[in-house]
Design a protein around this ligand. Sequence first.
Ligand code: FES
Length: 96
Amino acid sequence: MDLGAESDFTQFPALIETDKESYFLVQGKDGYMLLSTVCPHHGGEVVDWGTCFMCPDHGWRFEYKEGVCVNGPNARMWSTNVTIENGRLIAQEPLP
Ligand code: FES
């Protein structure tokens, strides 16, 4: 999935919305990643909470860099790697 020109993204996390889904583009330690807003707990909608991501359904919170849960069990937001091809950000595979 072509997310657009890398130069268009200046702030992270960046909300990416398609017809069916929404995601957060983040900068992790190994580069860009796309995180699904579908909560890995029971499918709530994860939102940007200002200093982290948060799912209002049961309060799980996830850090901004790679979507790792910081207040619950060993869990993380569903993610896919993003590569740079000719200056454009390309998400590598569909998310669940
Ligand atoms: S569904 Fe997100 S915390 Fe439970």
